[in-house]
Design a protein. Structure first.
Length: 256
């Protein structure tokens, strides 16, 4: 049975590597554009177990010089990164034969994808096509449009007939205590803006927070945190708080 997984963690915590431990063949939609350069994935890529589909599309067009000289200028050309990825996901959902043989689809990462989506919405806002002013900034799109795009996306993709894995960088939720003048850590969440930060985990069967244990003797050990009040972690399996970050072994740990 196909399952959906949300993997959240800091850079270098092992999200992409863990995403490659589900049932192969695996297709990685590489919005971060780094998976094909990861040394530990090369054997999987060479064997055909993992295919990397890099999304080499800039957030916006134009030279760095032009952007530096006109920081408040409108985006002149429609950004295509977000549209490219959702078109690709639509093809998979519509059972395009090019993707029929894949058992697992990985979106790596949502954090980078929403950067592309925000540029598209900012462009459309500048064209006067939708939205309301945000703190007087004519270039900022409406938060409702941002949220609705993500809601519609995940309502559909988690229903695909393949394993679907989404990675996201971590975001610290902080609260400042004026009395003690200290910052209090409230939780670790997916690094996306607005209501979707806490709403996103509800779309997935399993949510794991990636942790790395550093040992001079045993080397680095990558773990899934499966529960925790401050963490984006939840499981329907009977697992301990920490398990090796290997999806294919989770069901052996459960005794299935």
């Amino acid at each position: 049975m196909a399952k959906t997984y949300l993997l959240v963690g800091d850079a270098g915590s092992g999200k992409t590597t863990a995403a490659c431990t589900c049932k192969h063949p695996t297709l990685i939609i590489d919005v971060d554009c780094k998976a094909e350069r990861m040394d530990n994935l090369q054997p999987l890529i060479k064997s055909g177990d993992v295919t990397i589909h890099p999304v080499r599309i800039p957030l916006v067009t134009g030279s760095f010089r032009e952007r530096a000289l006109h920081p408040d200028g409108k985006i002149k050309k429609q950004p295509e990164g977000y549209l490219y990825v959702v078109d690709l996901l639509n093809e998979i959902l519509e059972a395009d034969e090019k993707y029929a043989h894949y058992n697992t689809i990985v979106l790596d990462s949502l954090t980078r994808l929403v950067e592309h989506m925000k540029r598209l919405l900012i462009y459309l806002r500048g064209q006067g096509k939708f939205g309301k002013n945000y703190d007087g900034d004519m270039n900022w799109p409406s938060w409702g449009s941002y949220l609705s795009n993500l809601e519609e996306l995940f309502t559909e993709v988690v229903q695909m007939d393949k394993n679907f894995i989404c990675t996201a960088h971590q975001k610290l939720e902080m609260e400042h205590d004026d009395m003690t003048k200290t910052d209090i850590l409230l939780g670790y969440w997916p690094f996306i803006d607005g209501q979707m930060m806490k709403k996103l985990p509800g779309y997935f069967d399993e949510c794991y927070f990636l942790s790395r244990k550093i040992s001079k003797v045993k080397g680095n050990e990558y773990l899934f945190r499966t529960v925790g009040s401050k963490y984006c972690a939840r499981t329907s399996l009977k697992l301990t708080e920490f398990v090796p970050a290997n999806i294919s072994k989770l069901y052996n740990l459960k005794g299935l």
